[in-house]
Design a protein around this ligand. Structure first.
Ligand SMILES: Nc1ncnc2c1ncn2[C@@H]1O[C@H](COP(=O)(O)OP(=O)(O)OP(=O)(O)O)[C@@H](O)[C@H]1O
Length: 261
């Protein structure tokens, strides 16, 4: 039986998909059978960011009743199992989010960890991803509006009877870095499990359709995601030294640096 984490936030763009992909890849890298599932049916970026773009069967077909979930599971990096949502408007319109709970039983029986990338905002589409979670991870940015959205998600999580496992503070440092973590914890009544710094490597790796934990493993955001994975599995984490300026990190990375700075 899988342990199910739903990665949720109020508004979009906080770093939910980034967290799902990098936490999932880190768990897989540590040898845990892990599946990531894109329940953000409208945006559907998770598969895209892992290089799965035109898969014939996606969660859309499963939720429209045309396919079985086992046909929508693809192999990602490090043996990570990936269930993408489709990219067409037609597929999105046909998908019935209320079928998600039934569709999940196959995955829950066949993986150790299931990470669900929840839809942004609070609509009826977010209820099932929150309700099926053993633990909800609240993804928030260090901004007042993001905290307020996180609080709404926390209230909704309580209403559906799930537990909040903790807070993933992402893009930390982007708002002046004077955030008092204990105040965030008091507000959201949960522990800040990790603080993921604002890190240009995250966007750079996305343009290569690779998780940052693989593309730039000792960058600050990668280290934070690996630390989170170790925390959730109760395994000891030994931080890697950051790459030194000028260290030879390969032709492709050098080219990316020249383009993206
Ligand atoms: N730690 C970080 N440092 C820098 N950029 C980041 C970081 N985390 C995420 N980003 C960037 O922020 C943007 C939004 O991230 P992401 O897609 O993960 O958010 P999301 O909450 O899943 O959004 P949506 O709900 O709209 O799908 C992306 O461009 C991503 O590359």
């Amino acid at each position: 039986m899988a342990k199910v984490y739903t990665i949720a936030s109020g508004k979009g763009g906080t770093g939910k998909t980034t967290t799902t992909i990098n936490l999932g890849t880190s768990l897989a890298q540590m040898g845990h059978r892990t599946t990531v599932l894109d329940a953000d049916l409208g945006m559907a970026n998770l598969g895209l960011l892992l290089g799965l773009e035109e898969e014939p069967v996606t969660l859309h077909e499963v939720l429209s009743g045309d396919q079985r979930i086992k046909n929508a599971v693809y192999e990602g990096p490090e043996g990570l199992q990936v269930v993408p949502a489709g990219l067409t408007l037609e597929g999105f319109q046909k998908a019935d989010p209320e079928k998600l709970q039934d569709a999940l039983s196959y995955i829950i029986d066949n993986t150790e960890y299931l990470l669900i990338d929840a839809p942004a905002g609070l609509s009826k589409d977010s209820v099932i991803p929150l309700a099926v979670a053993d633990e909800v991870l609240l993804v928030v940015n260090p901004e007042l509006s993001s905290m307020a959205d996180g609080l709404k998600t926390r209230v909704m999580t309580d209403k559906v009877g799930s537990d909040v496992g903790g807070i993933v503070l992402t893009r930390a440092g982007s708002a002046g870095d004077d955030l008092d973590v204990s105040r965030v914890e008091d507000l959201l009544e949960a522990e800040v499990l990790v603080s993921v710094p604002e890190d240009a490597e995250v966007r750079r790796s996305a343009s290569y359709k690779k998780p940052v934990v693989l593309h730039s493993p000792n960058s600050p955001a990668s280290q934070a995601y690996k630390k989170l994975a170790h925390k959730l599995t109760d395994e000891e984490f030994v931080e890697e030294a950051p790459a030194q300026e000028g260290e030879d990190d390969g032709f492709v990375n050098k080219m990316a640096k020249a383009i993206f700075g």
